[in-house]
Design a protein around this ligand. Structure first.
Ligand code: ZN
Length: 201
């Protein structure tokens, strides 16, 4: 935890924890270091309580790649150039995104070739609520978050979007296309529905 002190034209001292878990202290421009220090000291119990809570949330957070847990609590873990020890949302997101870009386009092309689909472009997005989408212009998007789910679930989402190239709806013909390629697609659909909340940064 870092304590960041910012002085500005304000009347009183206030503090809060930011998204990175650092303590942001805002103080009046003319306040002395002694005033700020004693404010922090006076609120030490509150700071400790919140710092402990943030620490616990971080330890409980689990990270997945292809459905496998990759961050055992407290153990040092480095992945390429970035480390998961001090979770920094943006860096971690970038890490997962680059993994997604390495895997999903190739796998999509492979499945498309195998089942005679053609599409225009494929993009890896930061979509939070949708795993994938397909436009009438035959452009396909996948959320980078998909890389955290098991490979079978990734295949299901890819097949789902590929089938939209032929059926732009969720009618019986669409589901028959999906089932012809992946007979157990419902298992994957259910997995994403029940476990999908785990797969986010
Ligand atoms: Zn769909």
């Amino acid at each position: 935890m870092e304590i960041v002190i910012t002085k500005s034209w304000r009347k009183s001292i206030s503090m809060r924890f930011d998204a990175e878990g650092n303590l942001q202290v805002k103080a009046p421009k003319l306040s002395s270091q002694w005033t700020i220090d004693s404010f922090i000291a006076k609120n030490q119990a509150w700071i400790d309580k919140h710092a402990a809570r943030i620490q616990k949330q971080r330890q409980d957070k689990k990270w997945y790649l292809f459905g496998e847990e990759i961050y055992p609590s407290n153990s040092p873990f480095s992945w390429g150039e970035w480390s998961l020890i001090s979770p920094d949302k943006e860096r971690i997101e970038r890490g997962f995104k680059s993994q997604a870009k390495q895997y999903i386009p190739d796998r999509c092309q492979e499945l498309a070739d195998l089942h005679w689909f053609t599409y225009n472009t494929l993009r890896i997005t930061s979509a939070m609520t949708r795993w994938g989408s397909c436009s009438s212009k035959k452009n396909i998007n996948f959320s980078y978050r998909l890389i955290m789910s098991p490979k079978e679930a990734i295949d299901y989402v890819i097949i789902h979007e590929l089938c939209h190239l032929r059926q732009m709806n969720h009618g019986p013909k669409f589901w028959k296309e999906v089932a012809d390629i992946m007979p157990d697609y419902k298992v994957q659909e259910k997995h994403l529905k029940n476990e999908g909340w785990r797969y986010k940064v």
